[in-house]
Design a protein around this ligand. Structure first.
Ligand SMILES: [Zn+2]
Length: 407
């Protein structure tokens, strides 16, 4: 497989052997893109390769362990053609997610099924060399622990919080001080192709490829954890925007408070909806004398939004009230996006997704207060079930996307 990838990355060779490698890569891409087994007649017709050549190349791919025979296609008459699928161990990808307080590593197979996963939860993301070295060491340690030969890995995808220019492999908010794009820096260190994107767009990509947005052409994926991020899928494509910064829903002007956002502006929606805000507002209400189950378990200074979500799920009145007020504001803001883009699906993911039963009604009420009746009727709301895996899978999908194993 590595040979085909090397050829794909360096296509200047015009020899006959090179052309056959190119055709083999196209066969692997076609099978991978369809996500279902294909027959030689189907491959031959789709790729415009003659049947005898196709048979020869498919046999070579089977011998190399890249594709397998997985049965025969049911036909009404005649010989049933053999079906071929990608072998689960033909290649591996790495997905890394770098968030404010966590780095995660996942080694995955070609269907993005995790083989080895590890989280580093004592991590603090900072725009410093020390923080970057922490990430590099963690990835190196994971690669050793996962015990996988680097020749099986075809590339690494990295999802990182903040502004990212995917086309240049550049992280603009964090790790922007090396004089070269972060993807290039990682690529040199780990000796493999590396691709990066914003963490929320990786999450959206995972939902689009293997999650609940798989069959939705137009969807909005909300990443609601400590902050508020959004990934937009329009006409089956995860929208990057002109320069790669689309989807900054959390910085839409909301105008309800005067608090200065991390972006430097006042009145951003992210200051009204998100885990950090939930923590702050919750502490304020406790200080004003309100009671909650949360403070029986955690001291006031150590309360995390996760504790508030858990308490809401367990029936704590104050936590439920605060989470629902936040959901109402989110719904109202989402209604505006529904009017603008007419999506068929909204998926709410991130840590808040676990409180789906508490969120759903106020989100719908909020949406009904701002969205027009027709687009609202057309739009379904659902919750992500990928948990912490979404970002890593989406990062791994960057590798599959680059080599055209998905489209
Ligand atoms: Zn802002």
């Amino acid at each position: 497989m590595k040979k085909l990838i090397d050829h794909y990355l360096n296509t200047s060779d015009a020899s006959n052997g090179s052309r056959l490698n190119e055709q083999k890569m196209k066969i692997v891409q076609a099978i991978s893109q369809r996500r279902e087994p294909l027959t030689i007649p189907e491959l031959s017709s789709e790729l415009k390769i003659t049947a005898p050549t196709c048979i020869k190349l498919v046999n070579q791919l089977v011998e190399a362990g890249i594709i397998n025979e997985v049965g025969k296609k049911e036909t009404r008459a005649g010989r049933k053609p053999i079906l071929y699928a990608l072998d689960g161990s033909s290649f591996r990808v790495i997905g890394v997610e770098i968030l404010m307080k966590r780095v995660s590593f996942s080694l995955m197979d070609n269907h993005l099924n995790p083989i080895f996963v590890k989280h580093h939860r004592e991590f603090a993301l900072d725009n410093t060399l020390e923080s970057l070295q922490g990430v590099v060491k963690f990835i190196k340690d994971c690669m050793i622990e996962a015990n996988v030969s680097s020749c099986e890995i075809i590339g690494m995808g990295v999802g990182i919080t903040g502004r990212v220019k995917k086309s240049d492999g550049e992280s603009l908010t964090f790790f922007n001080f090396m004089g070269k794009p972060l993807a290039g820096y990682f690529s040199e260190i780990f000796d493999m192709p590396v691709f990066i994107n914003n963490d929320t767009r990786c999450f959206g990509m995972a939902e689009k490829i293997i999650g609940k947005a798989k069959s939705a052409s137009n969807a909005i994926i909300i990443n609601l954890s400590r902050g508020l991020g959004t990934s937009l899928i329009i006409n089956n494509v995860v929208v990057e925007g002109g320069a790669g910064f689309a989807g900054e829903f959390g910085h839409m002007q909301w105008g309800l408070n005067d608090k200065v956002c991390i972006c430097g502006k006042k009145g951003c929606l992210g200051n009204e909806v998100g885990g950090f805000t939930l923590e702050e507002q919750f502490k304020e209400r406790i200080t004003q004398g309100e009671k909650s189950l949360v403070t029986e378990k955690v001291s006031l200074n150590e309360i995390r939004y996760d504790d508030i979500l858990d308490a809401a799920i367990l029936g704590d009145a104050l936590s439920i009230d605060m989470v629902q007020q936040m959901a109402l504001r989110l719904g109202k803001a989402l209604g505006n996006i529904v009017n603008l883009l007419n999506p068929e699906l909204i998926i709410i993911g991130g840590k808040f997704a676990k409180a789906r039963d508490i969120l759903i009604d106020p989100v719908k009420t909020g949406m009904a207060s701002s969205a027009l009746v027709s687009p609202l009727k057309y739009c379904e709301i659902d919750f992500s079930e990928m948990g912490d895996f979404a970002g890593m899978k989406g990062a791994g999908a960057l590798v599959l996307e680059h080599f055209e194993f998905i489209k």
